[in-house]
Write a protein that binds this ligand. Structure first.
Ligand code: PMP
Length: 345
C-alpha cells in the first residue's frame, strides 16, 4: 500500500477532532470559567530557572511528583511515586493506553467521552460499544463478555451526563478482571475517587487532569495513577519529556495553592445546583450532575432549536444526540443562559 493510499484512507475513515467556534459565552468544552490567578502566573514565571530552559526536564519532575503524591494521599492511604505518571493532558494518556492495548478488546459505554472512540479510530483500534441502560452500566449484556483480555474506558463522573456511577457498578467491573481505566477528569467536582483501590486491584488505573478544577486547560497536564508495573509500561510507550517544564511549573504551583482552587470549585458546585434547579423548574429533564456541567435530555428537534436560540445570544453549548451539555459558567453567564433557555422553550 502506498503512503498516498494511507493518507487517503485516513481522510476517509478518521474523523477530524473539531470543536465549536469560540463565542462570547463558551460553555462547550467544560473549561473552568475562572482564569488562572495572575499572582500565581507571576510566581510561575519567577520560579522558572533559566539554566533549565535549554535542557530536557524530567516528566514528571521531582517537585511535581512530590506535590502529586501529597495531593493524592488520604488519611488512610499514602500514594507512591512509582504509582504515578503524567501526560500531555489526560487525552494523551488515553491515546497511549489505546496504543498499548490495541490488541485487546476495548469497551466503552455510550453516552461517554467522545475522544475514546475518536482516538481509537485514528489509531485503527476497534471499539466495542455497550450503551448504558438509562444511567446504569448494562451488566446483563456485559456478563461473560468482560475478562482480562478487555480494557474498559469509563468516565466517573460520566461525560456528557455528569452522573456518578454506583460504587457497586465499579466493583462489578473490577471483578470481571478487565482493565478498568477510570477517568476522574471531574473528580474535584464530585469528591468521589477510587484511587486508593489501586492497592487492591491491579486492573484499575485512574486518570486525572489539571484542565478543569485547576483552570489549566492551556497547559495540557494530565496524570495516571495505577500499579507500578502498568506505570512502568506506560512510561516506556509514551513520548519522553512529554510534559513541558512550564506546564509542570504551573501544575506544581497550583497544587501548592490548592485552597484557591477548592474555593472556586465550591462556587462552581453552588452554581451547578442553581442551574439544575432552574432548568428543572422549567420542566426540563436534568440529571444529577456531579461535574462542572449539566446535561439536559432533549429530543433531537428540540435540541437543535434550543441550541440555535442559545447561539443567537452568543452562548455555545455542546450538542449531542441525547440532548445538550452546558458547562457551568460565571454567575452572570449562567443568568443569561437560564433566561435564554426560558425564552426558547
Ligand atoms: N476525560 C474526560 C472525561 C474529559 O471530559 C476530558 C476533557 N474534556 C478529558 C479526559 C481530557 O482532559 P485533558 O484536557 O487533560 O486532555
Amino acid at each position: 500500500m502506498s503512503f498516498k493510499a494511507v493518507v487517503e484512507r485516513i481522510r476517509k475513515d478518521v474523523e477530524a477532532y473539531q470543536s465549536e467556534t469560540r463565542s462570547p459565552i463558551y460553555l462547550a468544552l467544560n473549561e473552568n470559567p475562572y482564569p488562572f490567578p495572575e499572582e500565581l502566573i507571576r510566581q510561575c514565571f519567577e520560579s522558572i530557572d533559566p539554566s533549565k530552559v535549554n535542557l530536557y526536564v524530567d516528566s514528571p519532575s521531582k517537585e511535581f511528583l512530590k506535590e502529586l503524591v501529597d495531593y493524592l494521599s488520604t488519611d488512610s492511604w499514602r500514594a507512591r511515586e512509582e504509582q504515578i505518571s503524567v501526560g500531555n493532558g489526560a487525552d494523551e494518556i488515553i491515546y497511549v493506553l489505546l496504543l498499548m492495548f490495541k490488541d485487546l478488546s476495548i469497551y466503552v459505554f455510550p453516552p461517554t467521552y467522545s475522544c475514546y472512540e475518536i482516538f481509537a479510530n485514528a489509531l485503527g483500534v476497534k471499539v466495542n460499544k455497550v450503551p448504558l441502560r438509562g444511567e446504569r452500566i448494562d451488566t446483563k449484556t456485559l456478563k461473560g463478555l468482560l475478562n482480562e483480555d478487555c480494557v474498559v474506558f469509563l468516565p466517573n463522573p460520566n461525560n456528557p451526563t455528569g452522573h456518578l456511577f454506583e460504587e457497586e457498578e465499579i466493583f462489578w467491573l473490577l471483578k470481571t478482571k478487565a482493565l478498568l481505566i477510570l477517568d476522574e477528569a471531574y473528580f474535584e467536582f464530585s469528591g468521589k475517587t477510587f484511587a486508593p483501590l489501586i492497592e487492591q486491584f491491579q486492573n484499575l488505573a485512574i486518570l486525572r487532569t489539571f484542565s478543569k478544577a485547576f483552570s489549566l486547560a492551556s497547559q495540557r497536564i494530565g496524570y495516571i495513577v495505577a500499579n507500578p508495573s502498568l506505570i512502568d509500561a506506560y512510561n516506556r510507550v509514551r513520548l519522553p519529556y512529554n510534559v513541558s517544564y512550564l506546564g509542570q511549573t504551573f501544575a506544581t504551583i497550583a497544587l501548592r495553592n490548592k485552597r484557591i482552587f477548592q474555593e472556586r470549585v465550591r462556587k462552581i458546585i453552588e452554581e451547578r445546583e442553581r442551574l439544575k434547579n432552574a432548568l428543572r423548574s422549567m420542566g426540563l429533564k436534568v440529571n444529577d450532575s456531579k461535574a462542572n456541567f449539566v446535561f439536559v435530555y432533549l429530543e433531537r428537534e428540540r435540541t437543535e432549536r434550543v441550541y440555535r436560540a442559545l447561539l443567537k445570544r452568543g452562548i455555545t453549548v455542546r450538542k449531542t444526540e441525547f440532548g445538550l451539555r452546558m458547562a457551568v459558567g460565571q454567575p452572570k453567564q449562567n443568568d443569561l443562559l437560564i433566561e435564554t433557555l426560558e425564552g426558547s422553550l
